[in-house]
Design a protein around this ligand. Sequence first.
Ligand SMILES: Nc1ncnc2c1ncn2[C@@H]1O[C@H](COP(=O)(O)OP(=O)(O)O)[C@@H](O)[C@H]1O
Ligand SMILES: [Mg+2]
Ligand SMILES: [Zn+2]
Length: 297
Amino acid sequence: MPQPSTLDLGPAAARDAASVDERPILQVRNLNKRFGDGCARCLAPNADFPGNRCPQCGAVMACIDMNFDLYPGEILGVVGESGSGKSTMVRSLYFDEEATSGEMLISTYKNGESNLLTESAQQKRYIRNHVMGMVYQNPYLGLRMSYSSSGNIAEKLFAADRFHVGRIRERAMELLGRVEIPLNRMDEAPKRFSGGMQQRVQISKALANNPPLLLLDEVTTGLDLSVQARVLDLIRSLRRELKVAMIVVSHDLGVIRMLADRTMVLRQGRIIEMGLTDQILEDPQHAYTQLLVHSLL
Ligand SMILES: Nc1ncnc2c1ncn2[C@@H]1O[C@H](COP(=O)(O)OP(=O)(O)O)[C@@H](O)[C@H]1O
Ligand SMILES: [Mg+2]
Ligand SMILES: [Zn+2]
């Protein structure tokens, strides 16, 4: 069972960690994502079966009644074994997947009074270009590999109706410089870059229009350790400088320990524990988290 005291620590801990204003930048309420139509068995109000796949129809409950807040400038870690719903959660928040139900409010969008999940396709495009950025594990999902790096940034700026060629060039130099891409390579295509460089270009593209919220899904997975360290350092310094709030998904607890103020633990589509990262990693309350922390999963 979840430990209520641990869950209660969440928002207060976040305020201490970020010491910023009281209002969350992001509020997620009862987020649900089901793959498949569902059937009488799994759509019943008190449906109960082991795991998150309906034994009757095979529908997968990838996100079940997820609730959490994220504060400005805070980094929230997301951990859980493979298939626990980490990617589906961030993909639903970024509209890559259509959430089945739930509410998502962002304080800088319509004063935090409109459910982003039910906005029109056109508004969702606007939100993806202005309000949120996403960085994928696979850079092919976030970058056009045969455009130049500067062209990738320009594309994002165009999408936000920023058309002034000179200023676009300046902004691309500023962003790529910030993520330490040598400027004499800014007109090269990312497909010619190393994995670590591709991730840095992807991060700069996601930040092009200064979104207050960045979603990162396993962005250092598969990189060499030294390359990984450089990307993690970059993420930390960007948070410090830009005060951008982030959701960082990783199955690597080392990454979570280094980056996250608070951490949520997912199991079979549910948040089962949430609290300060140190507390989650040093003194996990839930038996599943204990197994996870001791690398037994
Ligand atoms: N497009 C899809 N169609 C059907 N099931 C999916 C799809 N994407 C993910 N799933 C299922 O949803 C669950 C959560 O997957 P995912 O979010 O990728 O987990 P994680 O990122 O934690 O490894 C898994 O059971 C997975 O098989
Ligand atoms: Mg995943
Ligand atoms: Zn079913």
